[in-house]
Unconditional design. Structure first.
Length: 147
């Protein structure tokens, strides 16, 4: 499994120089500038195919491996959830307690689960309100089918 994150260029919706911004994004997204940017950041290119020059100039000896991992079907990105950062903090705290021998793994992870489940339920409620009753109807359908 590989965590695949993304760097993005964005343009504010009220940009005063929209055409110039689009031109810049088009330029930076083309192969040669994108490879140059990736080399400067010591990252792999997001392009499916890169130049042989990119591979030769890249300082990391395993960059081809990282490129393949990032494009594999097992690559994943941070879930689109309002509680992801909170979950990450709780997991780090839970693991710290375990590593410092302050708490056993079972109780530590149970605490994380209880805290995050409450946050996840709250996030789902907010999302369903935002989407109207659609999410509530779908949840009721699932509950009815399970009976």
């Amino acid at each position: 499994m590989t965590n695949a994150e993304a760097d993005m260029l964005v343009m504010p919706k009220d940009s005063k120089h929209r055409e110039e911004a689009f031109a810049f994004i088009r330029y930076v997204s083309s192969q040669k500038p994108l490879e140059k940017l990736a080399l400067g950041q010591r990252k792999f290119s997001p392009l499916r195919e890169v130049s042989e020059e990119f591979w030769q100039k890249h300082p990391h000896p395993y960059i081809r491996l990282f490129q393949r991992l990032g494009q594999s079907p097992n690559a994943w990105s941070v879930p689109k959830s309002g509680v992801w950062n909170e979950y990450l903090r709780e997991m780090v705290n839970g693991v710290d307690l375990i590593q410092n021998l302050t708490q056993a793994p079972g109780p530590s992870l149970n605490q994380v689960e209880l805290r995050i489940q409450a946050s996840l339920d709250r996030d789902r409620m907010i999302t369903s309100r935002r989407e109207g009753t659609r999410a509530s109807v779908e949840a009721e359908t699932v509950r009815s089918a399970a009976k």
